[in-house]
Design a protein around this ligand. Sequence first.
Ligand code: NDP
Ligand code: 2IT
Length: 445
Amino acid sequence: MYDLKPFLEYVKEVNPGEEKFHQAVKEVFGDIIPYIKDKPEYENAAILERLSEPDRMIRFRVTWQDDDKNIHVNRAWRVQFNNSIGPYKGGLRFHPTVNEDVLKFLGFEQIFKNALTNLPIGGAKGGSDFDPKGKSDDEIFRFCKNLMMELHRYIGDDTDIPAGDIGVGKREISYLFGQYKKLTNRFTGTITGKDIDFGGSLIRTEATGYGLIYFVSNMLEEKNEVLKGKKVLISGSGNVAIYACEKAIELGAKVITLSDSDGMIYDKEGVDEEKLAFVKELKEVRRGRIREYAEEFDCEYREGENPWSVKCDIALPCATENEISDEDAQKLLDNGVKLVAEGANMPCMDKASQLFRKSDIQYAPGKASNAGGVAVSGLEIAQNKIRLQWTAERVDDKLREIMKDIHDQCKNYGTNGEDSIDYVKGANIAGFEKVANAMLAFGPI
Ligand code: NDP
Ligand code: 2IT
């Protein structure tokens, strides 16, 4: 019979040193193993061993030239983790911390997240250790072009469909898509997150952040509560953070923090529409630092700090993995946080996540609460296949519907006792069931 401890020993032995990947496997299989205790068919088919081994990992060199004609070499990867329920799907990340460990944890999480959307998409992730910070548009173009020279062989609209993630936004997706189109001489939906003028979906830019807030509203509804009037901490100031902030403000919440890797702003008055427009211009156009917000609007800036020591009702980590330590989690709980929902992937360290699960607060894992981005990517694939563009209203309605459905799957599989929902357990089991049952149906391949 599967047992978590020896299974994790096995995962560590075959994936040495990959601590984030171990953390993600532990978090998922910690719920799956008790669930399949009386279902020997999964162990007989070695489902957990197969699920924790990527189908395929591609690693390649990207050579590029900077504006001073110096030549640089970076590594890039695509981890095609599991395509049991649809073509591989997941973002590309450009960040100096990217390595096989990071991409395996992200690709593994993506399998279950994508299954929760109920769309036909498998799990993948990719990216490079290239650092886009401080690079000119020309340098970004040359890097993206050369990356795609290699990547195009392994992707396709029915094979593997990349999208954005940290460091990969509209600009990078445009360069990547343009080059893919040129190399293949085919206009297909092989990349999502495209501009609306060339095959993108309305609401994709907003989808992860909006989806997160729809999910939070569903959670609050369980407690007969609403977002209006709640004090909200958001970390990060990138794609997910900006649009989570936008929707939260629209629904009457008071967002009092934002951050980047240098520090955080604490705006006691709350971010309003005008201030958010400044952040969009700062981050999406000028690519500046969040410190400038404090200078512009005369509020507090704390260099080198994250938002988690500020008193709040709701905390939404939207920057990166392991950004909430156990000390941060304890501080949030001591300060009376009522709800934590993850916009980023695995933003809570293992112990922080355990602290939230043991407490009586509501706590949603990223694979459920940030699935809105990939869900609208799935809708973009559908629109590309039929060569139509749906209205923003239609996509937004569908996004709300998908987030509600994910919420209800978490509730169905995660209800503990009468009124307490373990969203982590619910998301893990609901995502696992679909993928594992498809794998069983295919036989041992
Ligand atoms: P962006 O690149 O747009 O923004 C990332 C933000 O997080 C920036 O403010 C960045 O600050 C900060 N950040 C990144 N790395 C670190 C770090 N090591 N320490 C502190 N701050 C950091 O990325 P996204 O908003 O797209 O992604 C944010 C998170 O959401 C990631 O975990 C991603 O995997 C996840 N996600 C994204 C989806 C999407 O559709 N984009 C979908 C689902 C999840 P700085 O600029 O200083 O680096
Ligand atoms: O982590 C994620 O879900 C994403 N970065 C979005 C993936 C996608 O394919 O839209």
